[in-house]
Design a protein around this ligand. Structure first.
Ligand SMILES: Nc1ncnc2c1ncn2[C@@H]1O[C@H](COP(=O)(O)OP(=O)(O)OP(=O)(O)O)[C@@H](O)[C@H]1O
Ligand SMILES: [Mg+2]
Length: 225
């Protein structure tokens, strides 16, 4: 049996809204296995980002359980959760989320330095070179194109070879050419690092390139043919 990277059982999330509580995730049972590449599609507001935030431990489920890399998230205190995220989870957002006051190199060094890994600068340089940015080490995010910023974000997300890589519409702010380059790089890196990839996309052609596709519909997740 392959190792389970992410497991959810009966996950519900509800939020307080002016008109009362709204249920966003309505009982998610889901397993992602080691090295799987899973495309997540579904209409706007269906709950895809919420699902990803729960998987990353950034949103607490109202009920149900979540395990990442064999650890039950509800049992972890803040410190242990941060550690788990640092060791095993990489995240890429639509809007890059780089630290504006840090260079490309410094951004990629963050997860390495946080983990106390030696030669962080050499490793970060290698990683940036791998995404084709060997000529942009000392550029700040504002001096980079959208596609370049996303490549930095990708380098930062995978530099520690996380077990779980979460990507939420990573091409949403890019043109077609840069988007295609990011997807190719995302797939290549997740394969090389042996990472389980969960990719949220509204682009069915991209989802088609994933080994498994799931549909989020009104807070319920179902496998697609
Ligand atoms: N913090 C919050 N408080 C209240 N409601 C929220 C909160 N976060 C999300 N929601 C609601 O939960 C629902 C699902 O949101 P979510 O962002 O998960 O959707 P999505 O599938 O990612 O949509 P999109 O494709 O537009 O990104 C939406 O109706 C949203 O308004
Ligand atoms: Mg979303």
């Amino acid at each position: 049996m392959p190792e389970t990277t992410l497991e959810m059982q009966g996950v519900r999330v509800d939020f307080a809204a002016p008109q009362g509580r709204i249920e966003v995730l309505k009982g998610i049972d889901f397993q992602a296995y080691s090295k799987e590449r899973i495309g997540i599609v579904g209409s706007s507001g269906a709950g895809k980002t919420t699902f990803m935030m729960v998987a990353a431990g950034l949103e607490q489920p109202s009920s149900g359980s979540v395990q990442v890399a064999g650890q039950s998230l509800s049992r972890l205190d803040e410190r242990a959760m941060t550690r788990l995220r640092s060791d095993h989870i990489g995240i890429v957002f639509q809007s890059f989320h780089l630290i504006a006051s840090m260079t490309a190199l410094e951004n990629v060094m963050i997860p390495l330095e946080f983990a106390g890994i030696s030669n962080a600068d050499i490793k970060a340089r290698d990683m940036l070179a791998e995404v084709g940015l060997q000529h942009r080490f000392d550029h700040y995010p504002s001096q980079l194109s959208g596609g370049e910023q996303q490549r930095v974000a990708l380098a930062r997300a995978v530099v520690r070879a996380p077990k779980l890589l979460l990507a939420d519409e990573p091409t949403g702010n890019l043109d077609e050419e840069n988007g295609a380059m990011i997807i190719d790089t995302l797939f290549a890196l997740s394969e090389e690092k042996g990472t389980t990839l969960l990719l949220i996309t509204h682009d069915h052609a991209i989802a088609e390139r994933c080994g498994r596709r799931v549909l989020m519909r009104d807070g319920v997740l179902q496998d697609m043919a």
